[in-house]
Design a protein around this ligand. Structure first.
Ligand code: ADP
Ligand code: ZN
Ligand code: ZN
Length: 740
């Protein structure tokens, strides 16, 4: 008696996603209809025949079956499933694996349809030969007209370019463009009504010859691809080892096969250079998405993909849902990046979702990184992903030289400033040589942990091995299991009274730099200085134009642009991210330190890095200082195994929110109890969330752990059913699988 009724939605890309309508499934279709299937149905009073999509099938009628209409059939010519079918199935998969409602998942997968107002297209066109432009660029370089030089260089390799791209991604301001126009080098053309934000077709197509290492990866990929072994691969290659070149060859292979490609890149790393490289290679068959596109523009780009006008879509997380009808490959660059995890329901991870989309579409998935996530490397080691490695940089610039400064010794020597002696000396030297410096303050995951400044010991939960957070002045709390202990007055290890939370912010660093080097020009980049629109790009372009000697910033400065004059990177407090109160702290620290170090000496001279830390012996810090991923991974995976943390085991975070603190706590313990009673999986908690009160809502949390992700999905279903059967009033529940 299963599968008698189908919920059908009529229009997917509608602002208010249509509610589903229930239809009877005729007997002859019972074996052929599945969630995601396209069907023809009678609709409205006149029973007009229209098309819809089945989103679920059940045996429970929602109203008397004798009044229910019947599905007519499956439209002709749709033997092969189209992109919408696949995307609906993907949404159903997302609902099961990440929670939330199906409508929430469908909204993520299908962008809202909105009318697009035609826009003006402003293009900058080169008016001299490419050789002349290169000469002029060299002249400008000599005269330190850096922005002009950059503009000419860009146009020398690609003679026509979108103005907004030049401004946003290459940090070139309108005055510079005006000046070059007056000098007759370029002209600015304005045209109405444009659709393609990518670069003009007539760029110079440079295909470089692959190195031996690159070639063997591409040919192995191609061999597997053509044998039908799509699956997932991990490309582990140090920065500058030629990964992007490998991606492009793989894409060329897939396109030659008549298929399409999606390239995911974290928003912040989606630089002008990236777009230009793909456009120079693939011309106007490339399009890209970024957060500045309106809903309508995004929808428009998706239509172009659907209509076969483009073959390659580049963009952040959401580009994953580009409705290509013949998808051949999904590439995720910088796959370790936290921004691939969605922050709102459903809290999907683009990596796992890409693998599912790849499976549905029969497409290959390629993950790339210089510091792979522990998850991906684990799967690669177990043979679930193919592992490709590129261990050398293409250019001869060696890896940066790293010095570790032990802040405990600085304190013993009586140095209580933010800067170690060695960092201060090196800064003095660079300022004298007129080279640039970046100071990176690691505040990622900073959550008020408490440590000893003399011996470096950090207060941790005895049950979870994550750091305790300071609540008010008197209490230390674990946000995994709820353990509490009074705030310490002296260090339990060495008896020192220098115990407390770390409080340094970027502003204090800026102040300290100005005091020490009054003549240095300092720029600061953090959440404050980048709040207004364009702030981020403006600071980067000022630094690129050498309007400052020192750039102080948070993790925002780690990614994105390369500055060829930077020869020194100082990492001020490597520890901060080490003691964030979650199990990924070590991984994030290794990634941040390695990537920050990679900012130094990218051009002709090798760079230097100073890592300041209270825990030089911690494996994340030590491995980053030797840029040794394998050492880091071996330690980290041992720890995850011991503690039963992902990827060895999986975690489901259940967040309970209510305006009434007692109710929030009560619901959390009732729901945790329901899971315990089922005996399906281990429960940790409940406890107050690290942010207990947010906008007047009280948040309690518990964690469920199991080696099998499917069991966690079952537990989520169990909790959803529990909520249906028990009145939970205004209480909200959010699920987060393998939280980050
Ligand atoms: P990654 O993506 O690993 O950081 P890229 O693909 O950006 O590395 O390559 C780094 C630099 O080396 C780029 O300037 C690129 O054009 C160049 N490059 C890559 N592969 C080759 C090659 N086979 N021959 C010459 N130059 C290359
Ligand atoms: Zn101590
Ligand atoms: Zn604990």
């Amino acid at each position: 008696m299963l599968g008698l009724y189908a919920d059908v939605i009529i229009e997917i890309s509608h602002e208010k996603l249509d509610r589903p309508f229930q239809y009877k499934i005729p007997e002859n279709l019972r074996d052929t209809i599945y969630p995601g299937a396209r069907v023809e149905i009678p609709f409205g009073n006149a029973n007009r025949v229209i098309r819809g999509y089945v989103i679920s099938i059940s045996d429970r009628p929602e109203f008397p079956p004798e009044r229910m209409k019947e599905i007519i059939g499956i439209p002709e010519g749709l033997g092969e499933s189209g992109p919408e079918d696949q995307l609906i199935r993907l949404a159903i998969w997302m609902k099961r694996h990440y929670g939330g409602t199906l409508i929430q998942a469908l909204r993520v997968v299908f962008p809202v349809k909105k009318a697009v107002r035609p826009k003006e297209k402003k293009t900058v066109i080169l008016c001299v030969s490419q050789e002349r432009a290169e000469e002029a660029a060299a002249e400008c370089e000599k005269k330190h007209r850096v922005a002009q030089a950059r503009l000419l260089q860009a146009l020398a390799s690609c003679s026509e370019m979108d103005l907004s791209l030049l401004k946003d991604r290459f940090n070139i301001g309108l005055p510079v463009i005006r000046r070059m126009e007056e000098h007759g080098f370029i002209k600015l053309s304005v045209e109405k009504d444009y659709r393609n934000p990518a670069i003009a077709e007539n760029s110079r197509k440079k295909v470089c010859e692959l190195t031996e290492a690159q070639r063997s990866i591409v040919s192995d990929f191609a061999k597997n691809y053509h044998m039908g072994l799509k699956g997932t691969s991990l490309l582990f290659g140090v920065t500058g080892s030629g990964k992007t070149e490998v991606y492009m060859e793989m894409i060329a292979e897939v396109i030659a096969d008549g298929k399409q490609a999606i390239v995911l890149i974290p928003e912040i790393a989606l630089t002008f250079q990236t777009v230009m490289r793909f456009s120079a290679r693939f011309g106007s068959r490339v399009s890209y998405l970024h957060s500045k596109l309106s809903q309508g523009e995004r929808y428009d780009q998706f239509c172009r993909a659907r209509d076969g006008e483009i073959d390659i879509m580049i963009g952040p997380r959401s580009a994953l849902f580009t409705p290509f009808s013949n998808l051949g490959i999904i590439i995720i660059d910088e796959e370790h990046e936290g921004s691939y995890k969605a922050e709102t329901m459903p809290k999907y991870h683009a990596r796992e979702t890409a693998i599912e989309r790849g499976r549905l579409a029969g497409a290959a998935v390629v993950l790339g990184s210089a510091t792979p996530s522990v998850d991906s490397f684990y799967h690669a080691k177990r043979g679930e992903y193919r592992l490709y490695q590129l261990s050398d940089r293409i250019s001869d610039t060696g890896l940066p030289i790293v010095t570790v400064a032990d802040l405990r010794q600085e304190l013993t020597r009586g140095n209580r400033s933010i800067f170690s002696d060695v960092l201060r000396e090196k800064m003095k030297d660079r300022l004298k040589k007129k080279e640039q410096i970046m100071l990176f303050l690691n505040r990622r995951g900073f959550a008020g942990f408490v440590s000893c400044r003399k011996c470096g010991v950090v207060m941790k939960c005895p049950h979870c091995d994550v750091s305790l957070s300071l609540h008010g002045r008197s209490k230390l709390v674990c946000h995994y299991c709820g353990y509490e202990t009074p705030m310490i007055k002296t260090c339990p290890e060495c008896g020192s009274k220098y115990v407390g939370g770390m409080r340094a912010g970027t502003e204090q660093v800026e102040e300290a730099v100005k005091q020490m080097f009054p003549e240095a020009r300092v720029l600061r980049m953090d959440a404050d200085t980048t709040k207004e629109k364009g702030g981020y790009d403006r600071i980067l372009s000022a630094f690129a134009n050498e309007e400052a000697d020192i750039l102080v910033g948070t993790q925002m400065i780690v990614k994105g642009h390369d500055f060829s004059k930077v020869t020194l990177v100082g990492i001020l407090a490597a520890d901060m991210s080490l003691y964030a109160n979650d199990h990924r702290a070590g991984e994030r620290t290794f990634q941040l330190l390695t990537q920050a170090a990679g900012r130094a000496g990218r051009a002709d001279r090798p760079g230097e890095v100073v890592i300041q830390t209270y825990s030089p012996e911690h494996y994340s810090v030590a491995a980053a200082s030797h840029q040794d991923y394998n050492v880091f991974y071996a330690e980290e995976i041992g720890y995850r195994k011991l503690m039963g943390y992902p990827p060895v085991s999986h975690m489901l975070k259940v967040l309970i929110e209510d305006r009434d603190p007692d109710r929030s706590a009560e619901m959390a313990s009732l729901m945790a109890e329901a899971v315990r009673a089922s005996g399906k999986a281990a429960v940790i908690g409940p406890a107050q969330d690290s942010i207990w009160k947010l906008r007047d809502v009280y948040r309690n949390v518990f964690y469920i752990r199991h080696a099998d992700m499917e069991v966690l999905a079952d537990v989520k279903d169990l909790l959803e059913n529990w909520r249906r059967d028990n009145p939970t009033g205004s209480t909200q529940v959010q699920f987060d699988f393998d939280p980050m």
